[in-house]
Design a protein around this ligand. Structure first.
Ligand code: G3H
Ligand code: 13P
Ligand code: ZN
Length: 309
């Protein structure tokens, strides 16, 4: 089963009112946990690697492992570059067999973002690879304050951006945020569905992407802390809000933090309960199982992508 692009996945997801989960992978156990979850739910999946993941594991290892996963499971898998910083990173990913790339020019001004994204689109399309771009800036929590640089995506700019760059999907800022500390403890998370609706109206049938979409399950954080962790004030996006977004124009939902927390909690538990254990298969295997559970939960409760192969 060769790796696929996201083109067909997004078309079906848009029409079906669901989204494809894009899960970050960094090693064998994370990859296996994700694809086992997707296979168990009969769901397509996007496996994505940040530049940090490429540096950690190496593009050749990652590609080979992902190809093995596609062959082993027979499910539709796209291999995606997450937050590509420049054309060089995109070229490396494409040369390494990735079927989809993100160019993240969200920190540039509008014209510069368009210019650089267009360059990436021309290169990627010439190589049969699809491009996700980003417009708007995601919030982050710094010193317990929602970062001032948070900029919601402007729907009119989104239309102009898509038309002028030719990108295949667009990541937008409507209130999500990266990491485990998305909001101050007393802040009620909100997503700007009005912006999403307007973008959907102005760009019909165009796939929208949500980054920073981990839910940060309090029980998982508690489990990390119970077994020796120290993670304070973690907070994520409520599951019902994500499910609503998935039923609209959002076709790809990015989750990494929830996998990290689940794997860490499971490994901490093995270490705490079995201090004599030193077989990596025992604790990494527990981490892998925990990731599989999270992915199955997301497919059922967030994405709606079960039985969509
Ligand atoms: O959005 C970023 C992803 O969670 C990847 O994080 O750069 O630490 O691999 P990373
Ligand atoms: P989370 O940190 O919310 O998991 O978001 C991951 C992400 O957006 C990867 O690009
Ligand atoms: Zn992201």
């Amino acid at each position: 089963m060769p790796l696929v692009t996201t083109k067909e996945m997004f078309k079906k997801a848009y029409e079906g009112g669901y989204a494809i989960g894009a899960f970050n992978i960094n090693n064998l156990e994370i990859l296996q946990g994700v694809v086992k979850g997707a296979k168990a739910k009969n769901s397509p999946v996007i496996l994505q690697c940040s530049t940090g993941a490429l540096k950690y594991a190496g593009p050749k290892y990652l590609r080979a492992m992902v190809e093995a996963a596609a062959e082993e499971t027979g499910i539709d898998i796209a291999l995606h570059l997450d937050h590509g910083p420049d054309l060089d990173a995109v070229k490396l990913a494409i040369a390494s067999g990735f079927t989809s790339v993100m160019f993240d020019g969200s920190h540039y001004d509008f014209e510069e973002n368009i210019r650089k994204t267009k360059e990436v689109v021309e290169y990627a399309h010439a190589h049969g690879v699809v491009v996700e771009a980003e417009l708007g800036v995601l919030a982050g929590v710094e010193d317990d304050v929602v970062a001032a640089e948070h900029v919601y995506t402007d729907p009119d700019q989104a239309v102009e951006f898509v038309e002028r760059t030719g990108c295949d999907s667009l990541a937008i800022a409507i209130g999500t945020s990266h990491g485990a500390f998305k909001f101050p403890p007393d802040y009620e998370p909100q997503l700007r569905f009005d912006i999403l609706e307007e973008i959907q109206r102005k760009l019909p049938n165009f796939p929208i992407v949500l980054h920073g979409a981990s839910a940060v399950d309090p029980e998982t954080v508690e489990m990390c802390n119970k077994f020796g962790g120290n993670i304070a004030n973690a907070k994520g996006i409520p599951v019902e809000m994500l499910r609503k977004a998935a039923s609209m124009a959002v076709c790809k939902i990015n989750m990494d933090t929830d996998l990290r927390l689940a794997m860490t909690a499971a490994i901490r538990k093995v270490f705490a309960e079995n201090p004599a254990e030193f077989d990596p298969r025992k604790y990494l295997g527990a981490g892998r199982d925990a990731i599989q559970k999270v992915v199955e939960y997301k497919i059922e409760n967030v994405l709606g992508s079960a039985n969509r192969l």
